[in-house]
Design a protein around this ligand. Structure first.
Ligand SMILES: C[S@@+](CC[C@H](N)C(=O)[O-])C[C@H]1O[C@@H](n2cnc3c(N)ncnc32)[C@H](O)[C@@H]1O
Length: 371
């Protein structure tokens, strides 16, 4: 079966590494989409272990489509009775990029008709959804006239690990936090800091990476658990494999600080939910406490404040302090993600690598200083 895994732009290489670590081979990498052919067990293993993936799909069709008749026919050729076992509610999503068929509502309409006709064996019968059953999501992804018909096996996006029980304004997505920690090449023996930790997402993800706790092991539920055709054994095997791979013997130096402890109790609960509460040392500390520090050689992964709750003047002070700390500490391995666009005016951009990316739908920039 062809497995298709999606992710945000620029983390494709991280996702490829994760898949290779699980011993999958011949991985095709496209913009935000990776795919490979494997048996059904891959569905459970990727959903359970990937820290950077968005969703995991099974590909039901791949081919060129130029008109609605061929769209209808290709969908009619899929064995929907086998995939959708008992009148599950259906969710049909579609995206079209640079293709002859460009209207996504029309693509959804024709596809829904083709699927329901196949399910009821007739154009005149009604498909009565059983709302007590879990919904099934089909994603039609059309790019350059190539259509992929994809069955969502994850259900909710995988960044929703389940350990964050209360959510506040401006938390970074768990998969993005994990990506930054992985990109930082933190070597586990060095200190890892987040100076703006708030709900602790970055340090929790770092601790889970250090201990090799699979992000989907503890709380996640998946769409594939409800597929009648999917062998339950694969989920059990993936769980057991993930449990065996947890490191339990190492000490790590993971530090979190923030000017505020408003959410400290929630953050501790999050860390406890993720099985890492003993690994994180927290203190209330403003960033300017580090301004005169010299020769720091830590790894710092941070998501500093932006417009939220702070006025422009105070923000500029924070970002000026960041620039000063960088100047004083050449060996600081600092990775910073922010949507505060004025940061560019406060630093010499020739010394920085800067990359555009999205935290959800929010435009951010990701900075790393050149050595
Ligand atoms: C964008 S939030 C961080 C969100 C965090 N990554 C998460 O996932 O929850 C920015 C944080 O910076 C903190 N902050 C603002 N000014 C600060 C300062 N001068 N020193 C330290 N922390 C500060 C805020 O209290 C807030 O928690």
């Amino acid at each position: 079966m062809k497995i298709v895994v999606t992710c945000i732009a620029w983390v494709e290489s991280l996702l490829k590494k994760e898949l290779e670590k699980l011993w999958f081979q011949n991985i095709e990498v496209l913009d935000r989409i990776l795919s490979f052919v494997w048996d059904e067990s891959a569905v459970a293993r990727v959903n359970m272990t990937s820290r950077v993936a968005n969703k995991v799909y099974v590909e039901l069709f791949w081919g060129k489509i130029y008109d609605f008749d061929s769209l209808f026919n290709c969908l009619s050729d899929i064995d929907w009775k086998y995939l959708i076992w008992n009148n599950n509610p259906l969710i049909i999503k579609a995206t079209s990029i640079k293709s002859e068929l460009s209207s996504t509502p029309a693509i959804q309409k024709v596809s829904t008709k083709a699927i329901l006709t196949k399910l009821t064996w007739s154009k005149d019968k009604f498909y009565v959804e059983n709302n007590e059953l879990p919904p099934i999501e089909i994603f039609l992804f059309l790019k350059d006239d190539n259509l992929r018909v994809l069955l969502n096996t994850s259900w909710e996006a995988l960044h929703k690990r389940g350990y964050r029980t209360s959510s506040h304004e401006a938390p970074i997505k768990e998969s993005l936090a994990a990506s930054l920690v992985l990109l930082s090449n933190w070597n586990f023996s060095n200190n890892l800091y987040d100076f703006f930790c708030w709900s602790w997402t970055i340090v929790i993800e770092a601790a889970m990476i250090a201990k090799n706790i699979a992000p989907g092991l503890i709380w996640r539920k998946y769409a594939f658990e409800n597929f009648s055709w999917y062998p339950k054994k694969h989920l059990e095997d993936a769980r057991n494999e993930a449990k065996e791979k947890i490191f339990s013997w190492k000490e790590y130096n993971i530090f979190a600080s923030d000017i505020s402890e408003e959410y400290i109790e929630d953050a501790k609960i999050n860390a406890k939910n993720a099985w890492v509460e003993d690994m994180i040392k927290f203190e209330v500390k403003p960033l300017n406490a580090y301004v005169w520090a010299k020769n720091l050689s830590w790894t710092v992964v941070s998501n500093p404040p932006y417009w939220l709750r702070m006025n422009q003047k105070d923000l500029i002070f924070v970002y000026k302090d960041i620039a000063k700390i960088f100047d004083n500490n050449e060996n600081l391995n600092w990775w910073l993600i922010t949507s505060f666009m004025e940061f560019d005016d406060l630093v010499d951009l020739r010394n920085w690598k800067k990359r555009k990316l999205y935290n959800g739908s929010e435009l951010c920039y990701f900075y790393k200083r050149n050595k």
